[in-house]
Design a protein around this ligand. Structure first.
Ligand code: CUA
Length: 348
């Protein structure tokens, strides 16, 4: 009786597991990036490989469990001759060779070959890149440069849809790894080395990327956004980002700019258009270029949404938000802080 109940319970459990998996909410970027929801050429290849591996793994699992049950049932029937006597039976001796060596070698060979094929297909794009981007990994944020346009930004990569984009990867300190699950596989950023990936996104949208190599205290807060947009929107973004920002005319913002200069922000953060010729940044660890800060979606390595409240919290208490980061807590009086925030909002 108990056994019968157990049987039905396990069937019910299996049904629940499957229905739950199927009823999972659709994955909506940027908050639940999944490599199984590919939106680009590289990620599609990787997802394909994953499904092939899952199918092979499942087939082998079913085979092994099937054999196990077959053996158990045969023993149960009480026929003693069902266990082959390996000393007198040649077929009994061949089993371990086929099942333990030949079959695994064939399966591993297929998976290995398919992995190499996938890797080669991802790394050898058919067309020359339409855009070139340099990404520098820093503790714990991403510096993003468009060398041909002279643009520097942070924690946000904009790319046009449907065309290959070359991303050159470097590190300023330790090993990081760039991963945009829906667009491409992981690639390490290694000090003294340059790595390259070719991104191609097939669908307009905002995708989240992460650092995928443990790089210290705030590794988990080293995210970024990839904004995939139409060619027109991308060109417009480039032209805006390429311009320096003008000196604010508003008095509050102007005072905020003075705070930015006098309180030391300017020593780590560049704002193109600001008169900072006397600033020597050669000996400091750079912070993000803030030229068009207010156009970005996030701050602090995509750990906070970009808005006035978060910015204020970050400026006065960065060590609480991201302990160990290079951004110090700024002890500003409330008037200076408010003015600084108004100034930062003019950087769009
Ligand atoms: Cu950078 Cu982990």
């Amino acid at each position: 009786m108990v056994k019968k109940h157990l049987y039905w319970y396990s069937i019910l459990l299996l049904i629940l597991l499957f229905t739950n998996a199927c009823a999972a909410a659709p994955i909506s970027p940027p908050y639940q990036p999944s490599a199984l929801n590919p939106q680009g050429a590289g990620a599609a290849r990787i997802a394909e490989l994953w499904w092939v591996m899952l199918a092979l793994g499942t087939a082998i699992f079913i085979l092994v469990v099937g054999l196990l049950f077959a053996a158990l049932l045969r023993r149960r029937r009480g026929t003693s001759d069902t266990i082959p006597d390996s000393s007198s039976n040649d077929t009994g001796r061949e089993w371990p060779i086929w099942g333990g060596i030949v079959l695994p070698l064939i399966i591993i060979g297929i998976v290995f070959g398919y992995s190499i094929y996938t890797l080669a297909a991802i790394e050898n794009p058919q067309e020359p890149p339409a855009v070139k981007i340099n990404v520098v990994g820093r503790r714990w944020w991403w510096e993003v440069k468009y060398p041909e346009q002279g643009i520097t930004t942070a924690n946000e990569i904009h790319i046009p849809v449907g065309v290959p984009v070359q991303v050159q990867l470097q590190s300023a300190d330790v090993i990081h790894s760039l991963w945009i699950p829906e667009l491409h596989g992981k690639m390490d950023l290694i000090p003294t080395r340059i790595n390259n990936i070719t991104l191609r996104a097939d669908k307009v949208g905002v995708y989240r990327g992460e650092c995928a190599e443990f790089c210290g205290l705030q590794h988990a807060h080293m995210g970024f956004m990839v904004v995939v947009e139409s060619k027109e929107d991308f060109d417009q973004w480039l032209s805006i980002q390429g311009q320096p920002v003008a000196t604010p005319t508003d008095e509050t913002a102007l005072h905020g700019q003075q705070v930015f200069m006098s309180e030391g922000c300017v020593f780590c953060h560049t704002v193109r258009g600001l008169d900072d010729k006397e600033i020597d940044r050669s000996s400091v660890d750079l912070g993000p270029d803030l030229t068009h800060l207010n156009s970005r979606l996030t701050i602090a390595g995509a750990s906070l949404t970009q808005n006035r409240g978060n910015l204020a919290g970050w400026i006065v208490d960065a060590q609480h938000v991201k302990p160990g980061s290079l951004m110090p807590n700024m002890y500003l009086n409330s008037e200076d802080l408010q003015n600084l925030l108004v100034y930062l909002e003019t950087l769009r």
